[in-house]
Design a protein. Structure first.
Length: 412
């Protein structure tokens, strides 16, 4: 059992992945040194995002001002790292106190079409456009379509309904456009990739617009990061990464299943999947992330996990105390059903020699969610160092983008 801020990791069922951690202590030390260099040099900024109270204050101020204007709906236009974090926060924490949030990421015409009508209540709606580079094709296409209708409907005040999050650098077309059209702009950190940006304005502004406690998110992540800096390679996230490395290299566990037992964490698994896949899938190496939800996937995928190929590690996420309590007429507690189901599944996996571990949070709060975000970003960074790959690029993604642009006649 390994503990850190808001998160505990039970590794009792990780078998040989536990036994080999001492053997790679030198590799862990070198990985830690490289990560500290990245942090101290400012090459990677996600380590320091939880300490940025200034941006949180500004986002809270702007969100309050926007809600004071009678805005009821926020349409977030972004894809991948530009919206998965915000989706996760709102699914986990949204209490319906702020603006309704609509996410438009995929340029599916049937999804976008309903928002192209002038009869849509644009006076009570804002657009939040998120793209680090300012060149994301899907995001630009959706924004162009909605901006045409918004401008036609609201005229000279339309620009007051558009907010941009992008890199503040010359040559960024979205930033240049924002200056020309007088859109409000918030910076996307230049030293933070999209999949590591959830604790910047990228994830925090949609959360603030929804009336959520963004300071709590930052505080939970800050405690996790402060513990890492103090504990070094003994830290929870580092030890978690070490076990995944051993499971992958020595045990050939090429698939990582993340299985939270809480519906409000159902979106978290998709944020994790992008982080794990896009960061670690390099040079023929990596560990394929697979989403699952307890108890739903006990009646879908679990047969494969228990009785199928031994190529998986399963990580459960348990919540000790649910915010709401429900019982059957006979007095059976729903939360106890969930927890017994998780324990039973873990037991069945272990009996078949299948590796599994459990991350536990006390309850699902802004603090614990922030800690989970930072935990997985740290674990990804350390696992990448152990695998000797660059966690922060995505050459495969860029190759696909170039071919897409060529097919559309928009460039080579």
């Amino acid at each position: 059992m390994i503990s850190s801020s808001h998160v505990t990791y039970d590794d009792a069922n990780m078998g040989k992945a536990n036994e080999g951690t001492s053997e790679i202590s030198d590799k862990l030390k070198k990985a830690h040194e490289r990560i500290e260099t990245l942090r101290n040099d400012g090459a990677q900024g996600f380590f320091d995002l939880p300490f940025d109270g200034k941006i949180a204050k500004e986002l809270e101020r702007m969100a309050k001002e926007i809600r004071g204007r009678g805005i009821k709906t926020s349409i977030v236009i972004g894809i991948g790292g530009s919206n998965l974090g915000a989706k996760t926060i709102l699914r986990a924490l949204d209490e319906g106190k702020g603006a309704e949030t609509i996410f438009l990421d995929n340029p599916d015409p049937e999804s976008v079409f309903p928002f192209l009508s002038p009869s849509f209540d644009w006076k009570k709606t804002i657009l939040l456009v998120i793209s680090k580079s300012g060149r994301t094709l899907e995001t630009t296409a959706i924004f162009d379509a909605l901006w045409k209708v918004l401008k036609k409907t609201l005229g000279s005040t339309a620009n007051e309904h558009v907010f941009i999050i992008t890199e503040l650098v010359s040559g960024n077309p979205l930033f240049e456009r924002a200056k020309q059209e007088s859109f409000q702009v918030f910076p996307h950190p230049t030293n933070t990739g999209g999949r590591f940006s959830v604790l910047s304005a990228v994830g925090l502004f949609p959360a603030a617009l929804a009336g959520l406690n963004i300071r709590g998110l930052l505080n939970g992540a800050k405690e996790m990061e402060e513990a890492r800096r103090k504990e070094g390679i003994k830290h929870l996230a580092v030890q978690f990464a070490a076990r995944q490395y051993i499971a992958l290299i020595q045990g050939k566990k090429s698939i990582h299943v993340l299985m939270p037992y809480a519906d409000r964490l159902s979106q978290f698994v998709f944020w994790f999947c992008q982080l794990w896949a896009e960061s670690l899938g390099k040079n023929g190496r990596g560990q394929t992330p697979l989403p699952a939800i307890g108890t739903v996937d006990q009646h879908a995928q679990i047969q494969l996990f228990i009785d199928g190929p031994g190529d998986k590690v399963v990580t459960f996420i348990a919540v000790e105390k649910m915010m709401k309590q429900v019982k059957t007429p006979s007095g059976l507690n729903f939360a106890k059903i969930m927890d017994a189901s998780r324990q039973g599944t873990a037991h069945a996996l272990t009996a078949q020699g299948k590796l599994n571990g459990t991350l536990t949070i006390p309850s699902l709060t802004p603090e614990s969610l922030g800690a989970l975000f930072q935990f997985f970003m740290l674990a990804t960074a350390y696992l990448g160092e152990l695998l000797e790959i660059n966690v922060y690029d995505q050459p495969g993604v860029e190759a696909g983008k170039k071919e897409t642009m060529r097919l559309l006649g928009l460039g080579s």
